[in-house]
Each structure stands twice: as structure tokens, then as C-alpha cells.
Design a protein around this ligand. Structure first.
Ligand SMILES: Nc1ncnc2c1ncn2[C@@H]1O[C@H](COP(=O)(O)OP(=O)(O)O)[C@@H](O)[C@H]1O
Ligand SMILES: [Mg+2]
Length: 388
């Protein structure tokens, strides 16, 4: 309660009519102001008491939530809601059955809308007095995010396609030249040297193979990913991958250091794809250490993310190449496709993760992947403050 009210109540018996009138006017003005704020908010607010009966519904909440006809005041919240799923969510969240206190719902009544609902306990003097429900219409926000994702993948596709066009130019030119040479040889007067022609044919065959590889790799890179993210412990898949590579590492004279968080926080991942991403990264490390070295794989927690880091003691990446290595077709290796890290990037993005590189030529390279650790239970502000 407000201090001035508390003080006034303590001396109310001694107040005369005029003083009480002033006090009431103050209180009325204050409550009008609060009502005005609540009613003008674009977000919806619903307040319920301990028995989950509705105490307050602001205009936006009235507009957004599918209420049954009739006055909702003092009725149990979930009994007034037309949408079965939302009603069930309220019932579970308000009666403390579910730990999940925020969720998004898509309503298809009328035009399609996505609502984000958050349930928060109202705490007063250390006890729960009821709940407050916050409702936000996130339809536009989500649509915008989807548009951005599409634009991003379209931009990536454009670079990739430009890359392919550039890549196939050289082999095509070379094939053209060798066909011309064969044509000249056959059309000329002197006898055709079959050795010469088969040399030309050999080049043509190699170039056709190169073209084929470019096309296959391209298709692999642009194929939409059907990642299915599941809340999982990443440690087993990291171990499986390193087991798979153990022999190759030994042969290359590379010592393996593994340091994983135990137990690891769970992250949303698709094991098949995440393994592929790590494989591409480790393969690059192996290629960067032709004379042997050390490979370190570790996981650690940083804020609300889980980091997987792969470090090597290889050749390193010159600074001017650092921002190119994720580009499609960028490679410094004779038989590189330049698509390895492009795919890693794509996979990490599908996992809503981030990727960072640090490298010192001559010393080595560290690739860090960070994945969000899903926060199932939001901290309840009311509780925190009360428990201090
Ligand atoms: N661990 C590493 N150490 C040194 N250079 C690296 C490393 N990882 C990637 N690179 C550089 O990035 C380039 C692109 O890598 P990637 O996309 O996997 O293509 P590719 O392996 O086919 O060359 C490599 O050619 C190399 O120059
Ligand atoms: Mg590679």
C-alpha cells in the first residue's frame, strides 16, 4: 500500500470531511491514471486472484484473447476462454502444474494471429496473491523474422550461384580448347597422332569430372536442410565423431585432447548435422597439420550458451582470409571444394548458433561454435525480490 494512504488510514478517525474528501480525490486520481495506462497499453494484461478468478482485463487483452460472450469478471479464467489449447495452458500454468510459464499460440479464428502469453505470480508480503498474465501480439514480429530468414538464404543462394558460374568457366574453356585441338588434328592433312588426341581427351575427361564435382557440391550446399532439433546432450555425438576419426588422427601424428563439460547442458540439436559440421572443422584442422600436431576439443558454458571449441596447432589462417573462409568456393587447398565451412555456417545457423574463428599464422586456429541453452523456466522477478 502507498505510504500516504497508510499514514492517512492511521489517523482517519481524526480527519474531518474536507480532509477525507481531499484524500479520496487523490486516490481516485491515482487509480484513474493507472487505469488509463493499462487501457492504453498495446499489450494485454489480465490479473487473477488466488482462486484464479478474473480481477482485471484491460482493453487489449479483451481484444486479443478469445473470451466467451458474457462478463468475464470474477469467473475462473480458463472457463471464459474459447480456445481449448489456451484454456488448457492457463489451467496448468495457473494451478502450478506446469513449470512452463510462457508460450506462443497461433489463433486461426478470423485472421491468423500469434500471441505470446506469459504468466507471472503476483507476490505480496512473501505470499502469492494471484497471477498476472501478459499478452503480446507477436504476429508481425514472427512474420518479419521469417521474411528476414528467407531474404538471408536468398542472398546466400545468389553468392553461391555466382560462385558456380565462376567455377565452371575455367573447365568449360579448357574443354573448348581441347575439342578445338582435336578438331584441327583430325581436319589437318598430316596423319593424326593418336597419342596427342588421347592426351586431349584425357584433359577433357578430367575437366568434366571437375564440373561434375562442382555441381554435386553445389547441390549439396543449396539443398534445404531438414534439421530436426531435439533437446539433447551434445557429448555423445562429439565422442562418436572423434572415435570415428581416431585412426586418421593417429596416422597423421596428431594428439587429441578432449575436455567436455560433464554433465553438459542440453541444447537443441540435430545429431546428424552437428556431427557433419564438426567433421568438416576437424578435417580442416587435420589438413592444416600435415606434420602432426595437437587437436583440442572442448566444451564450456558461457552465459546462456554452450560453446564447442576446436583448436589446432596447424598452419593458421592469414588475417586477410579470415572473413573469406565461410564464403562458398573459397579454398587455399589444391583439391579443396571450399564448401566445407560454408556448410558448417549453414548448419550452425540452423541451430540458432554463432560461429567465431581466431587464428595466428604459424601457431594455429580455434573455431568456436556457440549454441543457446534453452531457458525453460524464466526467473520469477517477484519471487527473487521476496526471497532476498
Ligand atoms: N583449421 C584451419 N587451419 C588453417 N586454415 C583453415 C582451417 N580451416 C579452414 N581453413 C582455411 O579455410 C579454407 C576454406 O575451408 P573449407 O570451406 O573447409 O574448404 P576446403 O577445406 O575445401 O578448402 C581452407 O582452404 C583453408 O584455407
Ligand atoms: Mg574443408
Amino acid at each position: 500500500m502507498r505510504k500516504f494512504l497508510q499514514r492517512a488510514l492511521a489517523i482517519i478517525d481524526k480527519m474531518d470531511h474536507a480532509q477525507i474528501r481531499v484524500l479520496l480525490e487523490d486516490v481516485a486520481m491515482e487509480s484513474e491514471l493507472q487505469e488509463m495506462v493499462l487501457e492504453s497499453m498495446s499489450d494485454g494484461v489480465v490479473v487473477t486472484d488466488k482462486e484464479n478468478r478474473i480481477l482485471l482485463v484491460n482493453k487489449s487483452a479483451e481484444r486479443m484473447l478469445p473470451f466467451n460472450v458474457g462478463d468475464p469478471a470474477e469467473r475462473v479464467l480458463w472457463e471464459c476462454i474459447r480456445d481449448r489449447e489456451i484454456a488448457a495452458f492457463f489451467r496448468r500454468a495457473l494451478s502450478g502444474l506446469d513449470k512452463v510459464i510462457d508460450r506462443e499460440f497461433t489463433l486461426t479464428e478470423g485472421f491468423v494471429r500469434t500471441l505470446a502469453l506469459t504468466v507471472m505470480p503476483l507476490v505480496r508480503q512473501g505470499a502469492i496473491q494471484g497471477n498476472m498474465i501478459h499478452i503480446e501480439d507477436v504476429t508481425e514480429k514472427r512474420a518479419k523474422e521469417a521474411r528476414l530468414r528467407r531474404a538471408e538464404s536468398l542472398a546466400a543462394l545468389t553468392t553461391l550461384t555466382a560462385g558456380v558460374a565462376h567455377e565452371i568457366k575455367n573447365p568449360l574453356a579448357s574443354i573448348g580448347i581441347h575439342i578445338e585441338l582435336i578438331r584441327k588434328a583430325i581436319g589437318g592433312r598430316q596423319t593424326v597422332s593418336s597419342a596427342k588426341v588421347s592426351e586431349n581427351l584425357e584433359v577433357i575427361k578430367e575437366e568434366v569430372e571437375r564440373l561434375n564435382r562442382i555441381v554435386v557440391d553445389f547441390l549439396f550446399a543449396v539443398r534445404p536442410m531438414n534439421t530436426e532439433l531435439q533437446l539433447e546432450d551434445p557429448n555423445p555425438l562429439v565422442r562418436e565423431l572423434l572415435d570415428f576419426l581416431r585412426f586418421e588422427l593417429e596416422q597423421a601424428g596428431i594428439a587429441l585432447e578432449l575436455e567436455l563439460l560433464e554433465p553438459s547442458p542440453l541444447i537443441r540439436l540435430d545429431a546428424k548435422y552437428l556431427k557433419q559440421a564438426l567433421l568438416n572443422i576437424v578435417k580442416n584442422s587435420i589438413a592444416a597439420m600435415p606434420g602432426g600436431g595437437r587437436l583440442r576439443v572442448e566444451s564450456r558454458r558461457k552465459g546462456n550458451t554452450l560453446q564447442l571449441r576446436v583448436s589446432d596447432t596447424g598452419a593458421g589462417i592469414p588475417e586477410e582470409n579470415l572473413d573469406k573462409i565461410f564464403e562458398p568456393y573459397f579454398t587455399t587447398r589444391d583439391f579443396g571444394s571450399g564448401l566445407g565451412l560454408t556448410l558448417v555456417y549453414k548448419i550452425v545457423k540452423e541451430h540458432l548458433g554463432e560461429i567465431a574463428v581466431s587464428s595466428k599464422p604459424g601457431e594455429g586456429t580455434t573455431i568456436t561454435l556457440s549454441f543457446p541453452i534453452p531457458q525453460k523456466e524464466k526467473r520469477l522477478i517477484g519471487y527473487q525480490e521476496e526471497s532476498r
